[in-house]
Design a protein around this ligand. Sequence first.
Ligand code: NAD
Length: 356
Amino acid sequence: MKHLAFLVYLQDMAGTINIISGKRLEDVAGLLGGGRKVYLVHDAALGDAAARLAAFVDASLPVEASEENKNMDTVLGIDRWLLSLGADRTALVLACGGGIVTDMAGFAASVYKRGVGFAFIPTTLLAQVDAAIGGKTGVNLDGYKNMIGVIRQPEFTFICPELLGTLSLRDFLSGAAELLKTFIIDDGGHHYAAAVETISAIASGRPVSACMAELQDLIAAAAAVKAGVAGRDPNEGGERRKLNLGHTFAHAMEHCARLKGDDLAHGEAVAAGMAMAAELSEKIGTAPKGFADRLKRDLRACGLMTGCPYGADELIGAMKLDKKAEGGLIHFVLMAGIGDVRIVDMTAEEALSLLP
Ligand SMILES: NC(=O)c1ccc[n+]([C@@H]2O[C@H](COP(=O)([O-])OP(=O)(O)OC[C@H]3O[C@@H](n4cnc5c(N)ncnc54)[C@H](O)[C@@H]3O)[C@@H](O)[C@H]2O)c1
């Protein structure tokens, strides 16, 4: 355990949120054992990581990490696998992969025998700062994202930035949008500027492996912000809504992309969604003039897009499908500055009519 760099421990109504950081993947061994059987569910593309974990687990199941495969059939496949191995209620399901794998395996564990323990080793930047923290797990239903799921905390989330070295630049930058989002919501630790500096260096060609020390700090800080927000508001009744900054627009863009067969990564949509939210913030008056331009400059320096590829007429239908809308009103997260956001309720039509 001597490599474990930090521990965030929050006790709240949702249970305990444990985020533990290690330098090497093998450091997770210190968190396992105690006579419990460990069932590893891993991204099929991460055979190397699975091989490195083989000595510490009792059985391994590769799963394909795609949105098409993120469904109940895969969840049932994981649960049938657990059943076939005689997994009992003391089992620990260890999920190693990006957000698709942690969402699916966490959900499968949450419903197997009315819930067995699970833990995460997130392998993408997006999962390390977002998907693997906060306890939301679930799968898609009939093309609608994350329609079936539960909120239940993993026993621990083990974050190992070393794993990010093999990510494609596109997947890295997609996660970087969520990292920036976190500090736009809460920059109490003054990490936003450092995040822009590190990500723009990587976007300009600096290898991820050359930025490990900076990334370790940034990921730890972002993970702590997410854990703090999720711990204080596990069921998304208030503060947790802030984490949706840029996401109302992003989900609408992703819906349009699916309909048109366009290739749009989640973080790309989140970056463009944050740019739209910044424009809206200026129009409504929560943010000062010039704020949107400054944010867009930073996002572009980080290799992220700031223009929405779809028109208001295309976005409107998808925004009305927003599962977080209540009585036609959407909780928009608007900005007053870096580290300062607020929720403003309005209809999709009102919001889009204010945008250029
Ligand atoms: N539960 C939550 O709170 C929450 C929050 C945000 C997003 N999500 C979900 O997360 C999912 C997206 O997660 P993601 O962006 O991590 O995507 P992902 O799991 O699909 O991973 C992206 C790609 O990277 C590959 N990959 C993963 N780790 C790698 C590594 N270390 N090296 C090389 N390649 C690697 C995967 O095989 C995949 O091709 C979505 O389904 C989204 O709904 C959940």
